[in-house]
Design a protein. Sequence first.
Length: 297
Amino acid sequence: MHEPVIDLHTHTVFSDGTTTPEENARLAAAAGLAGIALTDHDTLDGWERMAAACAKARIGFVPGLEFSTELEPGGRSVHILGYWPDPDDRPLREECDRLRTERERRARAMVDRLAALGVAVAWARVAEIAGGAPVGRPHIAAAMVEAGAVPDLEAAFDEFLADGGPAWVPKHALAPEAGVALIRQAGGVAVLAHPGSTFPLETHRREVDAVLDLLQEAGLAGLEIDHPGHDEGVVAAWREIALERELLSTGSSDFHGDRKAARIGECTTPSGVVRRLYERAAHAREEDLAWLARQSD
Ligand code: AMP
Ligand code: ZN
Ligand code: FE
Ligand code: FE
């Protein structure tokens, strides 16, 4: 029998995905997955519904989040995935609140810049599209497409919103090692998301080694190796780095509903790796792994 697999990185309407937790759980069950993680950006708000939906779909649930950190202010964006942090942890909650507030301030500033560039999108519409989720550039891009200012999301980024673009405004962000430390102190487990999309190895090998040294000192547990944004060469190169550094290798779809092409279950993590990740969570309890054990029978 094949080892059961889990998709360890998916988004919903609680951040910048277009699907509900119920839809993600249903899609995961339909794809034959043993479980699925919810890793919305900067928020734990979707956990409760996702837990209920996974129970109903009879699959396991891995509670998580994704922090967008930055190497230096306005610099390279480094995404950190956190799994099983204590949802009542004060510093973690405070940082999520701060990120949400700062995201709104920044999104308003980007809407102002667009207006100055002759692109009229209403802040009220952007907020409506975000629907209470922490506001991100994809929400602004969606409002731009809707207003007929650009043909599609890609054009919105290419012409206006991409890092350093004419309407781009940097956002408050932690340093990557602070993101890992925050997850660790909340009892969670940290994994570096899509490293291949973040660091081109040909040109940035020295930078990568320096960053990974820092992240591992802060307690990094793994690298997201299998990801729709990584081609075969990238996967092979990063798998080797994971082995050298004794980091766990995960896989996930980074599903965003209609906002990205990836489908749930496109890339996955074997249950044995999920078990080893979970064993590094502060509050790991054998009974929490029941769904994993059941799947392997
Ligand atoms: P934000 O968190 O507001 O900085 O927005 C980041 C999100 O925008 C990422 O998670 C991606 O989903 C999306 N994004 C960033 N750059 C691009 C791009 N060049 N094209 C399409 N989507 C992008
Ligand atoms: Zn996203
Ligand atoms: Fe990401
Ligand atoms: Fe993501």
